[in-house]
Design a protein around this ligand. Structure first.
Ligand code: AMP
Length: 119
C-alpha cells in the first residue's frame, strides 16, 4: 500500500533524515510533539503492529537498537525519552506503515491523554 512513509522511503517526498540503513529509516516528525521527535520506520511496508510477523522480530529489535543510538546522538539518552507505537483507530494511528515515535527533550506529559470512558 502506498503511504506518505513509502513515498519518503522511495524519495519522492523529502524528509529531514536522522538515520538510514538498508532496513530502517529515521527522520524528524513534521509536527513535533516534543523538543525531540523522530520517527523510526522499517523500510518493509508493515501496516501496523498487528501485522508484525515472527520473521520481523529481528527488525523490531534493530529498531530498538537504532532508537537507543539516536537518543544518544541527540543528547536525550540520560534525560529520558519514550518510544511509542500507535496501532489502530483508538491509538490515533494516522499512517498505515509501522512507525515508532521517539520523543524527549522535555518532561513528558501523561502517558495516555484524551477522553476515556473509565473514570
Ligand atoms: P501516527 O499518528 O502514529 O500515525 O503518526 C504519524 C506521524 O507522522 C505524525 O506525528 C505526523 O506528524 C507525522 N508525519 C506525517 N507526514 C509526515 C512527513 N511528511 N514528514 C514527517 N512526519 C510526518
Amino acid at each position: 500500500m502506498e503511504t506518505i512513509f513509502s513515498k519518503i522511503i522511495e524519495g519522492s517526498i523529502p524528509c529531514n533524515k536522522v538515520f538510514e540503513n538498508e532496513r530502517i529509516l529515521a527522520f524528524y516528525d513534521i509536527e513535533p510533539a516534543a523538543p525531540v521527535h523522530v520517527l523510526i520506520i522499517p523500510k518493509k511496508p508493515i501496516p501496523s503492529m498487528n501485522e508484525v510477523a515472527p520473521e520481523d522480530l529481528p527488525l523490531i529489535g534493530e529498531i530498538h537498537s537504532v532508537a537507543q543510538q539516536i537518543a544518544k546522538d541527540l543528547g536525550i539518552a540520560e534525560t529520558g525519552y519514550r518510544l511509542i507505537n500507535n496501532c489502530g483507530p483508538d491509538s490515533g494511528q494516522a499512517v498505515p506503515h509501522l512507525h515508532y515515535h521517539l520523543v524527549g527533550g522535555a518532561k513528558l506529559g501523561a502517558l495516555v491523554g484524551g477522553s476515556s470512558s473509565h473514570a
